[in-house]
Design a binder for this molecule. Structure first.
Ligand SMILES: Nc1ncnc2c1ncn2[C@@H]1O[C@H](COP(=O)(O)OP(=O)(O)OP(=O)(O)O)[C@@H](O)[C@H]1O
Length: 254
């Protein structure tokens, strides 16, 4: 397995009085889905914003595909990391589904033009994400779950092997959550991608992530296979008693 992302001794504060990320070290490899779990305010979004290069003034290092994140230009970084933010999207009204998804190739355009290969890839990705029949539909005429699929399809258009998502499933109902993780397995299998996502739902994270990094006050409380995380660790992370069902095999829930 290759290490796509290496985080070493990473610390970060918004203000001098409080360390939000506290000396974290871990590696993310190709072909694994890694869930970042922790209670509100534990530092998940901050960590993701550091890993995607949106926050500066940290100590330690973040290496993406063998290169320090500081040494990437914005465009280069956009080519190697597919990132989906927590905030709401602003999409021009006139976009169709295919316009929106095609935008995923924007960092690769030459002289402002998409290539024939980009259009071939668009067809393939729309099919993979079950969006073929929607492609000419207006982006603001589709449901929230369908839009989420479009967002994922756009990320997939980069064909890169590092995907980073900030709470991608928070607004989805159970059906779309399931579908989302099925889509993730396309990236994992086809691109041997490393996928990092912050997540609140303990059950989902244990079921679908290969590995969990559990944060508590910016420190790593657990980093290991999701199936081995214990209710004691989760109870400590969430400051509340986490019941047995959360760590039991979950196939009967889904
Ligand atoms: N821009 C900011 N300026 C100052 N403090 C911030 C800022 N963003 C976040 N924080 C603080 O940093 C801490 C970690 O926040 P962060 O958003 O990373 O946590 P989180 O685990 O993603 O939380 P949630 O689950 O609620 O999304 C919190 O105490 C938060 O108040």
């Amino acid at each position: 397995m290759n290490d796509v992302c290496i985080v070493e001794n990473l610390s970060f504060s918004y203000s001098p009085s409080k360390r939000i990320i506290d000396r974290l070290s871990f590696k993310i490899s190709n072909g694994e889905i890694v869930g970042i779990l922790g209670k509100n305010g534990s530092g998940k979004t901050t960590l993701i914003n550091l890993m995607t290069g949106f926050l500066k003034n940290y100590s330690g290092s973040i290496t993406i595909k063998g290169k320090d994140i500081e040494d990437y230009s914005l465009k280069e970084r956009a080519r190697v990391v597919s990132y989906i933010q927590q905030s709401r999207l602003s999409i021009p009204d006139y976009y169709s589904v295919e316009d929106f998804v095609l935008e995923g190739r924007r960092p690769f355009r030459k002289f402002g033009f998409y290539t024939e290969k980009d259009y071939e890839l668009l067809e393939k990705v729309l099919e993979q994400c079950s969006l073929g029949s929607y492609k000419t539909q207006h982006i603001n005429e589709i449901s929230g779950g369908e839009l989420q699929r479009c967002v994922f399809a756009k990320a997939l258009m980069k064909q890169c092997d590092l995907f980073i998502f900030d709470e991608p499933t928070s607004a989805m109902d159970i059906k779309y959550q399931k579908e989302f993780f099925e889509l993730l397995s396309i990236a994992k299998q086809e691109l041997n991608a490393a996928i990092v996502l912050s997540i609140h739902d303990i059950n989902l994270s244990i079921k679908y992530c290969d590995r969990l990094i559990v944060l508590n006050s910016g420190k790593i409380l657990y980093d290991g296979k999701s199936k081995f995380v214990t209710k004691e660790i989760l109870s400590a992370a969430f400051d509340t008693l986490v019941s047995e069902e959360c760590t039991a095999p979950l196939h009967f829930y889904y």
